[in-house]
Design a protein around this ligand. Structure first.
Ligand code: BDR
Ligand code: CA
Length: 304
């Protein structure tokens, strides 16, 4: 049975990815490691705990990670994800995060089970970069490393060149991409192939409690602003590709990230552009959209 750890900054699409992982058959979700990103770390942590409690999965441990990037401050994305980070309010969680920090948990898990743990990163890469700084070689012990981030051959979604996760901590993104570990990168070029419009979102329904919440999160996201046209399944695509690689084709690349002054001035100064000549990356290319939605719809009971 595959074992995965999700590093995440929930976030509406992170939340849907987490619900997918909880609903997927034959999968052991070994933990959620939280990073600040879409909203401040305290809100991301709360959202992770609230989702698990809603799902009745308090057995999945949650670990506090980085509340700041390697340098500077997170820019946050409240415009997209709302003040709390979730488009539908969930009850205040009663479960607490683990006393151990995210980086220590990742180091212990990866060294205890080399080659067994799939790591899926859905937020800024700060926790993963700190892990490699603290325990070099840790990421090489993952069975697979799948990252959502970057805008390789396409426009960004936060600046003309930058994707939000990489923009939030360009130095961390650079260090992870160039640490020498082969990884799969699901960038905006791939996730832009996976969006649904308002009408399709309104048609989502499920008898499965997790599927129902995932549909409601999507529908409520459209309710915030009637000019919203498309919801992108960025993080759900990365999660699905980690569990079912056939939902994407990949092409080999060597990639790095321009940190462009990030060390001096924080994220605002970083260009965060993805460049050639770095570490080995299997870059997501074409998405089999039909297969993806069949898979996700099956797990979440959408349409059922
Ligand atoms: C990424 O940024 C966040 O807003 C989403 O959760 C996703 O991880 C898309 O650029
Ligand atoms: Ca995310």
């Amino acid at each position: 049975m595959p074992r995965i750890i999700i590093d995440t900054d929930p976030g509406v699409d992170d939340a849907i990815a987490i619900l997918m992982a909880l609903a997927a058959p034959s999968l052991e979700l070994a933990g959620l490691t939280v990073v600040g990103g879409n909203v401040p770390h305290a809100s991301c942590l709360r959202n992770a705990l609230a989702l698990l409690e809603y799902a009745g999965r308090e057995d999945v441990p949650v670990f506090r990670g980085s509340s700041r990037p390697l340098s500077g401050k997170f820019p946050y994305s409240r415009r997209v994800h709302g003040r709390s980070g979730l488009s539908r309010p969930l009850p205040e969680p009663t479960v607490r995060p683990q006393p151990e920090g995210a980086v220590d948990f990742l180091a212990t898990q990866l060294s205890a089970r080399p080659g067994e743990m799939t790591l899926v990163a859905l937020g800024p890469l700060t926790n993963l970069a700190r892990l490699e700084r603290q325990s070099p070689g840790s990421l090489s012990r993952a069975a697979a490393l799948v990252i959502m981030g970057g805008a390789v051959d396409c426009p960004g979604n936060f600046t003309p060149h930058a994707e939000f996760n990489f923009y939030s901590d360009p130095r961390a993104a650079h260090e992870v991409l160039t640490c020498g570990v082969p990884l799969t990168l699901v960038d905006l070029g791939a996730t832009r192939q996976v969006a649904i419009d308002r009408e399709a979102a309104a048609g989502l329904h499920s008898d499965h409690p997790l599927g129902r919440l995932a549909a409601q999160l999507t529908q409520d996201w459209f309710e915030v602003d009637d000019r919203r046209e498309r919801f992108h399944f960025h993080d759900p695509l990365a999660l699905a590709a980690a569990l079912e690689p056939a939902v994407i084709t990949t092409r080999q690349a060597t990639l790095a990230v321009e940190t462009g002054g990030a060390e001096a001035g924080g994220a605002e100064a970083g260009a965060s552009r993805v460049t050639a000549s770095g570490g080995p990356v299997a870059l997501a290319d074409k998405v089999n959209v039909e297969r993806l939605f069949a898979l996700v719809g099956g797990w979440l009971g959408w349409g059922g």
